[in-house]
Write a protein that binds this ligand. Structure first.
Ligand code: NAP
Length: 280
Protein backbone atom coordinates (compact mmCIF):
# COMPACT_ATOMS: atom_id res chain seq x y z
CA UNK A 1 0.00 0.00 0.00
CA UNK A 2 1.35 3.44 -0.97
CA UNK A 3 1.86 6.20 1.57
CA UNK A 4 -0.95 8.78 1.77
CA UNK A 5 0.17 12.19 0.48
CA UNK A 6 -1.64 15.50 0.24
CA UNK A 7 -0.99 18.66 -1.78
CA UNK A 8 -3.07 21.79 -2.22
CA UNK A 9 -3.54 25.00 -4.16
CA UNK A 10 -2.94 28.17 -2.15
CA UNK A 11 -4.61 31.35 -3.35
CA UNK A 12 -6.83 34.23 -2.34
CA UNK A 13 -9.37 33.26 -3.44
CA UNK A 14 -8.67 29.63 -4.36
CA UNK A 15 -12.23 28.74 -5.32
CA UNK A 16 -11.81 29.36 -9.06
CA UNK A 17 -8.86 26.96 -9.40
CA UNK A 18 -9.34 23.87 -11.57
CA UNK A 19 -6.25 22.23 -10.05
CA UNK A 20 -8.21 20.07 -7.54
CA UNK A 21 -10.19 18.60 -10.44
CA UNK A 22 -7.06 17.85 -12.48
CA UNK A 23 -4.98 16.35 -9.66
CA UNK A 24 -7.99 14.53 -8.19
CA UNK A 25 -8.54 12.89 -11.58
CA UNK A 26 -4.91 11.78 -11.82
CA UNK A 27 -4.82 10.49 -8.21
CA UNK A 28 -7.83 8.34 -9.03
CA UNK A 29 -6.48 7.26 -12.44
CA UNK A 30 -3.16 6.07 -11.01
CA UNK A 31 -4.74 4.52 -7.91
CA UNK A 32 -2.68 6.68 -5.54
CA UNK A 33 -3.44 7.24 -1.85
CA UNK A 34 -3.62 11.01 -1.78
CA UNK A 35 -5.64 14.19 -1.79
CA UNK A 36 -5.45 17.63 -3.38
CA UNK A 37 -7.14 20.43 -1.44
CA UNK A 38 -7.98 24.13 -1.84
CA UNK A 39 -6.52 26.55 0.71
CA UNK A 40 -7.74 30.15 0.76
CA UNK A 41 -5.00 32.09 2.52
CA UNK A 42 -4.89 35.87 2.97
CA UNK A 43 -1.59 37.69 2.41
CA UNK A 44 -1.05 38.38 6.11
CA UNK A 45 -1.38 34.67 6.94
CA UNK A 46 0.86 33.46 4.12
CA UNK A 47 4.29 33.29 5.88
CA UNK A 48 2.85 31.32 8.78
CA UNK A 49 0.91 29.03 6.43
CA UNK A 50 3.96 28.23 4.30
CA UNK A 51 6.12 27.70 7.41
CA UNK A 52 3.60 25.17 8.71
CA UNK A 53 2.95 23.43 5.37
CA UNK A 54 4.47 20.10 6.45
CA UNK A 55 2.84 20.23 9.87
CA UNK A 56 -0.47 20.64 8.03
CA UNK A 57 0.26 17.35 6.26
CA UNK A 58 1.19 18.70 2.84
CA UNK A 59 4.05 17.44 0.66
CA UNK A 60 3.75 20.52 -1.55
CA UNK A 61 1.42 22.96 -3.23
CA UNK A 62 0.50 25.06 -6.20
CA UNK A 63 0.55 28.80 -5.67
CA UNK A 64 -1.94 30.97 -7.47
CA UNK A 65 -2.98 34.63 -7.62
CA UNK A 66 -1.94 36.80 -5.79
CA UNK A 67 0.79 34.89 -3.91
CA UNK A 68 3.32 33.81 -6.59
CA UNK A 69 5.86 36.57 -5.89
CA UNK A 70 5.42 36.45 -2.10
CA UNK A 71 6.00 32.69 -1.93
CA UNK A 72 9.14 33.08 -4.07
CA UNK A 73 10.53 35.03 -1.08
CA UNK A 74 9.51 32.26 1.32
CA UNK A 75 10.97 29.15 -0.36
CA UNK A 76 14.43 28.01 0.71
CA UNK A 77 15.55 26.71 -2.68
CA UNK A 78 14.08 28.38 -5.78
CA UNK A 79 15.20 26.73 -9.02
CA UNK A 80 16.65 28.58 -12.03
CA UNK A 81 13.26 29.39 -13.58
CA UNK A 82 11.81 30.69 -10.31
CA UNK A 83 14.91 32.81 -9.74
CA UNK A 84 14.63 34.30 -13.23
CA UNK A 85 10.94 35.10 -12.82
CA UNK A 86 10.89 35.98 -9.10
CA UNK A 87 7.65 34.01 -8.88
CA UNK A 88 6.73 30.40 -8.03
CA UNK A 89 3.60 28.39 -8.75
CA UNK A 90 4.82 24.98 -7.56
CA UNK A 91 6.49 24.13 -4.24
CA UNK A 92 7.68 20.82 -2.80
CA UNK A 93 10.11 19.42 -0.22
CA UNK A 94 13.48 17.83 -0.94
CA UNK A 95 15.20 16.43 2.18
CA UNK A 96 13.10 18.78 4.28
CA UNK A 97 14.08 21.84 2.21
CA UNK A 98 11.22 23.84 0.65
CA UNK A 99 11.89 24.15 -3.09
CA UNK A 100 10.05 26.25 -5.65
CA UNK A 101 9.64 26.44 -9.40
CA UNK A 102 7.43 28.02 -12.01
CA UNK A 103 5.87 25.48 -14.35
CA UNK A 104 3.95 27.86 -16.66
CA UNK A 105 6.72 28.17 -19.25
CA UNK A 106 7.42 24.45 -19.46
CA UNK A 107 3.70 23.76 -19.62
CA UNK A 108 3.43 26.27 -22.45
CA UNK A 109 6.25 24.61 -24.46
CA UNK A 110 4.87 21.09 -23.91
CA UNK A 111 1.44 22.26 -24.96
CA UNK A 112 2.81 23.57 -28.27
CA UNK A 113 4.91 20.41 -28.78
CA UNK A 114 1.76 18.35 -28.42
CA UNK A 115 -0.69 20.50 -30.40
CA UNK A 116 1.52 21.91 -33.13
CA UNK A 117 4.42 19.45 -33.49
CA UNK A 118 7.37 20.81 -35.44
CA UNK A 119 6.67 24.40 -34.34
CA UNK A 120 10.26 24.73 -33.09
CA UNK A 121 11.73 24.06 -36.56
CA UNK A 122 12.81 27.39 -37.98
CA UNK A 123 11.09 29.35 -35.19
CA UNK A 124 13.50 32.26 -34.88
CA UNK A 125 11.05 34.98 -33.96
CA UNK A 126 7.86 35.14 -31.91
CA UNK A 127 5.25 37.78 -31.10
CA UNK A 128 3.84 37.83 -27.58
CA UNK A 129 0.70 39.89 -26.97
CA UNK A 130 0.54 40.98 -23.32
CA UNK A 131 3.19 41.58 -20.68
CA UNK A 132 1.65 40.28 -17.44
CA UNK A 133 2.71 37.39 -15.20
CA UNK A 134 1.99 34.66 -17.76
CA UNK A 135 3.83 36.57 -20.51
CA UNK A 136 6.98 36.74 -18.36
CA UNK A 137 7.11 32.95 -18.00
CA UNK A 138 6.38 32.44 -21.68
CA UNK A 139 9.02 34.92 -22.88
CA UNK A 140 11.58 33.20 -20.64
CA UNK A 141 10.54 29.76 -21.97
CA UNK A 142 10.75 30.92 -25.61
CA UNK A 143 14.29 32.24 -25.08
CA UNK A 144 15.25 28.98 -23.35
CA UNK A 145 13.79 27.08 -26.32
CA UNK A 146 16.16 28.95 -28.65
CA UNK A 147 13.84 31.58 -30.13
CA UNK A 148 16.16 34.45 -30.95
CA UNK A 149 13.80 37.41 -31.12
CA UNK A 150 10.65 37.97 -29.10
CA UNK A 151 8.49 41.01 -29.91
CA UNK A 152 6.19 42.03 -27.07
CA UNK A 153 3.12 44.18 -27.60
CA UNK A 154 1.15 45.39 -24.59
CA UNK A 155 -1.54 48.02 -23.95
CA UNK A 156 0.68 49.43 -21.20
CA UNK A 157 3.96 49.66 -23.12
CA UNK A 158 6.02 50.24 -19.95
CA UNK A 159 5.39 46.62 -18.96
CA UNK A 160 6.67 45.42 -22.35
CA UNK A 161 9.75 47.63 -21.83
CA UNK A 162 10.25 46.02 -18.43
CA UNK A 163 10.51 42.60 -20.14
CA UNK A 164 13.15 44.05 -22.47
CA UNK A 165 15.05 45.37 -19.44
CA UNK A 166 14.83 41.98 -17.76
CA UNK A 167 15.73 39.73 -20.71
CA UNK A 168 17.88 42.02 -22.89
CA UNK A 169 17.98 42.78 -26.60
CA UNK A 170 16.40 39.46 -27.64
CA UNK A 171 13.14 40.94 -26.32
CA UNK A 172 11.78 44.12 -27.92
CA UNK A 173 8.72 46.14 -26.94
CA UNK A 174 6.71 47.16 -30.00
CA UNK A 175 3.93 49.68 -30.63
CA UNK A 176 0.54 49.11 -32.27
CA UNK A 177 1.94 50.66 -35.49
CA UNK A 178 4.65 47.98 -35.61
CA UNK A 179 2.20 45.10 -35.20
CA UNK A 180 1.44 44.41 -38.90
CA UNK A 181 5.16 44.07 -39.62
CA UNK A 182 5.65 41.81 -36.60
CA UNK A 183 2.76 39.56 -37.72
CA UNK A 184 4.50 39.19 -41.09
CA UNK A 185 7.93 38.42 -39.62
CA UNK A 186 7.35 35.89 -36.86
CA UNK A 187 6.75 32.14 -36.94
CA UNK A 188 4.79 32.01 -33.66
CA UNK A 189 2.15 34.35 -32.18
CA UNK A 190 0.91 33.96 -28.58
CA UNK A 191 -1.91 35.83 -26.90
CA UNK A 192 -1.19 36.10 -23.17
CA UNK A 193 -3.64 38.94 -22.49
CA UNK A 194 -6.92 38.15 -20.80
CA UNK A 195 -8.79 39.63 -23.78
CA UNK A 196 -11.09 36.98 -25.22
CA UNK A 197 -12.33 35.64 -21.90
CA UNK A 198 -15.65 37.38 -22.62
CA UNK A 199 -15.99 35.24 -25.76
CA UNK A 200 -16.37 38.26 -28.03
CA UNK A 201 -13.28 40.49 -27.94
CA UNK A 202 -9.86 39.87 -29.42
CA UNK A 203 -6.42 41.44 -29.18
CA UNK A 204 -5.39 43.35 -32.33
CA UNK A 205 -4.47 40.98 -35.14
CA UNK A 206 -3.17 41.15 -38.71
CA UNK A 207 -3.37 37.50 -39.74
CA UNK A 208 -3.61 38.49 -43.40
CA UNK A 209 0.08 39.48 -43.14
CA UNK A 210 1.19 36.08 -41.75
CA UNK A 211 3.15 33.41 -43.57
CA UNK A 212 0.89 30.35 -44.07
CA UNK A 213 3.03 28.25 -41.69
CA UNK A 214 2.62 30.63 -38.74
CA UNK A 215 1.48 28.99 -35.49
CA UNK A 216 -1.04 30.89 -33.34
CA UNK A 217 -1.59 30.12 -29.64
CA UNK A 218 -4.06 31.64 -27.20
CA UNK A 219 -3.38 30.82 -23.54
CA UNK A 220 -6.92 31.88 -22.60
CA UNK A 221 -8.83 28.59 -22.13
CA UNK A 222 -12.23 29.85 -21.17
CA UNK A 223 -13.69 29.89 -23.73
CA UNK A 224 -11.52 27.31 -25.46
CA UNK A 225 -12.35 28.64 -28.93
CA UNK A 226 -11.47 32.31 -28.53
CA UNK A 227 -12.32 34.93 -31.18
CA UNK A 228 -8.53 35.34 -31.67
CA UNK A 229 -8.05 31.67 -32.61
CA UNK A 230 -11.21 31.74 -34.71
CA UNK A 231 -9.80 34.64 -36.75
CA UNK A 232 -6.47 32.79 -37.17
CA UNK A 233 -8.33 29.71 -38.42
CA UNK A 234 -10.18 31.86 -40.95
CA UNK A 235 -6.73 32.51 -42.42
CA UNK A 236 -5.94 28.75 -42.37
CA UNK A 237 -3.20 29.15 -39.75
CA UNK A 238 -2.27 26.34 -37.32
CA UNK A 239 -3.70 27.01 -33.88
CA UNK A 240 -2.99 25.77 -30.36
CA UNK A 241 -5.55 26.05 -27.52
CA UNK A 242 -4.89 27.30 -23.97
CA UNK A 243 -6.19 24.30 -22.04
CA UNK A 244 -3.15 22.10 -22.65
CA UNK A 245 -0.81 24.66 -21.06
CA UNK A 246 -2.87 24.40 -17.87
CA UNK A 247 -2.75 20.60 -17.98
CA UNK A 248 0.93 20.21 -18.88
CA UNK A 249 2.06 22.67 -16.20
CA UNK A 250 0.07 20.59 -13.70
CA UNK A 251 2.00 17.41 -14.63
CA UNK A 252 5.17 18.98 -13.17
CA UNK A 253 3.77 19.44 -9.66
CA UNK A 254 2.02 16.07 -9.71
CA UNK A 255 5.31 14.31 -10.42
CA UNK A 256 7.10 16.22 -7.62
CA UNK A 257 4.46 15.37 -5.00
CA UNK A 258 3.18 11.96 -6.01
CA UNK A 259 6.10 10.48 -7.98
CA UNK A 260 4.19 9.70 -11.19
CA UNK A 261 4.31 11.60 -14.49
CA UNK A 262 0.62 11.81 -15.39
CA UNK A 263 -0.57 11.64 -18.97
CA UNK A 264 -2.55 14.50 -20.50
CA UNK A 265 -5.46 12.58 -22.02
CA UNK A 266 -8.72 13.54 -23.69
CA UNK A 267 -10.39 12.24 -20.54
CA UNK A 268 -8.82 14.94 -18.35
CA UNK A 269 -9.31 17.59 -21.07
CA UNK A 270 -13.00 16.74 -21.31
CA UNK A 271 -13.35 16.78 -17.52
CA UNK A 272 -12.13 20.36 -17.36
CA UNK A 273 -14.11 21.43 -20.40
CA UNK A 274 -17.28 19.98 -18.87
CA UNK A 275 -16.54 21.88 -15.64
CA UNK A 276 -16.12 25.07 -17.68
CA UNK A 277 -19.44 24.31 -19.36
CA UNK A 278 -17.83 23.80 -22.76
CA UNK A 279 -17.48 21.01 -25.26
CA UNK A 280 -14.44 20.76 -27.51
P1 NAP B 1 -1.99 39.58 -15.68
O1 NAP B 1 -0.65 39.48 -15.06
O2 NAP B 1 -3.07 40.30 -14.96
O3 NAP B 1 -1.81 40.25 -17.15
C1 NAP B 1 -2.95 40.58 -17.93
C2 NAP B 1 -2.50 41.02 -19.32
O4 NAP B 1 -3.66 41.25 -20.13
C3 NAP B 1 -1.71 42.34 -19.32
O5 NAP B 1 -0.79 42.32 -20.38
C4 NAP B 1 -2.83 43.37 -19.59
O6 NAP B 1 -2.38 44.57 -20.16
C5 NAP B 1 -3.67 42.62 -20.59
N1 NAP B 1 -5.05 43.11 -20.65
C6 NAP B 1 -6.05 42.81 -19.79
N2 NAP B 1 -7.18 43.45 -20.18
C7 NAP B 1 -6.88 44.16 -21.30
C8 NAP B 1 -7.63 44.99 -22.16
N3 NAP B 1 -8.93 45.23 -21.96
N4 NAP B 1 -6.99 45.53 -23.24
C9 NAP B 1 -5.68 45.28 -23.47
N5 NAP B 1 -4.91 44.50 -22.68
C10 NAP B 1 -5.52 43.94 -21.60
O7 NAP B 1 -2.60 38.13 -15.98
P2 NAP B 1 -1.80 36.78 -16.36
O8 NAP B 1 -1.60 35.99 -15.12
O9 NAP B 1 -0.64 37.13 -17.21
O10 NAP B 1 -2.92 36.00 -17.20
C11 NAP B 1 -3.34 36.47 -18.47
C12 NAP B 1 -4.33 35.50 -19.10
O11 NAP B 1 -3.70 34.25 -19.31
C13 NAP B 1 -5.57 35.20 -18.24
O12 NAP B 1 -6.68 35.10 -19.09
C14 NAP B 1 -5.26 33.85 -17.63
O13 NAP B 1 -6.43 33.09 -17.35
C15 NAP B 1 -4.47 33.19 -18.76
N6 NAP B 1 -3.53 32.17 -18.28
C16 NAP B 1 -3.65 30.92 -18.80
C17 NAP B 1 -2.77 29.95 -18.38
C18 NAP B 1 -2.91 28.56 -18.94
O14 NAP B 1 -2.37 27.63 -18.33
N7 NAP B 1 -3.53 28.38 -20.08
C19 NAP B 1 -1.77 30.23 -17.44
C20 NAP B 1 -1.67 31.53 -16.94
C21 NAP B 1 -2.57 32.50 -17.37
P3 NAP B 1 -1.96 45.82 -19.24
O15 NAP B 1 -0.56 45.52 -18.77
O16 NAP B 1 -2.03 46.98 -20.16
O17 NAP B 1 -2.95 45.88 -18.12
Amino acid sequence: MTQFKAACVIGYPAQHSRSPLIHGHWLHTYGLQGAYMRETVAAEDLPQFIASLRARGYVGANITVPHKEAVFQLVQKPDEIATALHAVNTIWFEDGVLCGSNSDGLGFLKSLDHQTPGWRDGCNAALVLGAGGAARGIVYALLQAGVQQVHVYNRTIEKAHALHMQFGTAVQAISAEQLPQAYAQVQLIVNTTSIGMDGTSSPPHHFEACAPTTVVNDIVYTPLHTPFLHAAQQHSLRVAYGLDMLLYQATIGFEKWFGVVPEVTDEVRNLILADLGQGK
